[in-house]
Design a protein around this ligand. Structure first.
Ligand code: NAP
Ligand code: MG
Length: 402
């Protein structure tokens, strides 16, 4: 078979540890034999980030702005132990944080659904995509312990020196206080990314907060979403047969649990932190969760939601075969190839990516899977494969359906 042509390169961001090993296997076995792969390669492995003073991370994000679509391998976010392990010049920042700041994007996470890995919630039939706002609120909060009686106020001093204040509490005894903020620019980007992604994936959008209690703060989020929807998106949503609605976060929880899935749930930063772990766990496995960063300008960066699977990597280094699940990383590649194909009008490329996804799920549904899935599957006749054999099984399946 002739290889499928690409016209614009994907931005390829390589990474660390076990996922770096899987990355190469996936390319060698599942992509390069079938696609005339064009990528602009950036090595975000920790050694190269250290060598380049983390410039490579910035360059890869800038390249994403140039080309529009990137695929990223999981990377180490250094801590003190990593600084020692890799003899780093500095404790470099999280690459995901750096890229997100440059692209100003929102992260959308969605489970990969296969028969045999069943959600805990019986009614869920389709993926629920969680969109988490990634700036501010309690994550940039200021806190104070109040030792005894006294007054706490919020004070805003404008640049001209004039000020307004609001009483927080007249303390009669000891207590605690917290101040937090957000920015219109950030909330607007969040809202636009959500509307854009809903249109792209043809899913309804829900946004939930607590404006009945938080009459200014949460209400402002609601207003920003509403304004942008009315101004820029209502017509497009109606044409696409999609709905956007706002509801209270507690009402959203009840609706989510009773739903079939198949929509995007946008959450503020803290709600998104908590709810994304809830949704991921309830769907079955972090190794079956994909993640895409979408900027309000429509740049896309696809990755797996899990980390570099360090424990497996150390086994791999000792020569022990590991059964690390490559599915989320495969889906990062298919997500990126599909998007590239859509943008460049390459229906062959889109079709190839869809068939690779089908081949991956078919292998699992036939009872051949990695160990993490074997532990939770409802299928009875299961063969546990190591990563290499699992990827080879997907390749045979793919060759058959191609
Ligand atoms: P992790 O790599 O997600 O792995 C945690 C555990 O989850 C693993 O030890 C493994 O459990 C299981 N697991 C995760 N992915 C799996 C897969 N594909 N197949 C099978 N099992 C899987 O998280 P971590 O160990 O906390 O973090 C390791 C490194 O990843 C850290 O340096 C962190 O900075 C980085 N990280 C990067 C990203 C990113 O780039 N997006 C995200 C998170 C973490 P068992 O050991 O029980 O088999
Ligand atoms: Mg969390």
């Amino acid at each position: 078979m002739e290889k499928i042509k690409m016209t614009t390169p994907l931005v390829e961001m390589d990474g660390d540890e076990m996922t770096r090993i899987l990355w190469q296997m996936i390319k060698d076995e599942l992509i390069v034999p079938f696609v005339d792969l064009k990528t602009e390669y950036y090595d975000l492995g920790l050694e190269n980030r250290d060598r380049t003073g983390d410039q490579v991370t910035v360059d890869s994000a800038e390249a994403t702005k140039k080309y529009g679509v990137a695929v990223k391998c999981a990377t180490i976010t250094p801590n003190a132990a990593r600084v020692e392990e890799y003899n780093l010049k500095e404790m470099w920042k999280s690459p995901n944080g750096t890229i997100r700041a440059i692209l100003d994007g929102t992260v959308f996470r969605a489970p990969i659904i296969v028969k045999g890995i069943e959600p805990y919630v019986k009614t869920w039939k389709k993926p629920i995509t969680l969109a988490r706002h990634a700036y501010g609120d309690v994550y940039k909060g200021t806190e104070m312990v109040i030792p005894g009686p006294g007054k706490v106020e919020l004070v805003y001093t404008a640049e001209d020196g004039s000020s307004t204040s609001e009483m927080v509490h007249q303390f009669k005894g000891a207590g605690i206080v917290q101040g937090m903020h957000n920015l219109d620019s950030s909330i607007e980007s969040f809202a636009k990314s959500c509307f854009q992604y809903a249109l792209d994936t043809r899913q309804d959008l829900w946004f939930a907060a607590k404006d009945t209690i938080s009459k200014k703060y949460d209400h402002h989020f609601k207003d920003v979403f509403e304004e942008i929807y009315e101004k820029e998106y209502r017509t497009k949503f109606v044409e696409a047969g999609l709905t956007y609605f706002y509801t209270l976060i507690d009402d959203a929880i009840a609706r989510v649990i009773k739903s079939e899935g198949g929509f995007i749930w946008a959450c503020k930063n803290y709600d998104g932190d908590v709810m994304s772990d809830l949704v991921a766990t309830a769907f079955g496995s972090l190794a079956m969760m994909t993640s895409v960063l979408v900027s309000p300008q429509g740049y896309y960066e696809y990755e797996a939601a899990h980390g570099t699977v360090q424990r497996h990597y150390y086994q791999h280094l000792k020569g022990i075969e590991t059964s690390t699940n490559p599915v989320a990383t495969i889906f990062a590649w298919t997500g990126a190839l599909k998007k590239r194909g859509e943008l460049d009008n390459l229906s062959e490329l889109v079709r190839f990516a869809e068939l690779l996804e089908q081949a991956s799920t078919k292998v699992i549904e036939s009872g051949r899977m990695t160990k993490d899935l074997a532990l939770i599957t409802t299928l009875s006749d299961v063969t546990v494969l190591n990563s290499g054999d699992f990827i080879k099984a997907i390749r045979s399946e793919l060759e058959e359906i191609l």
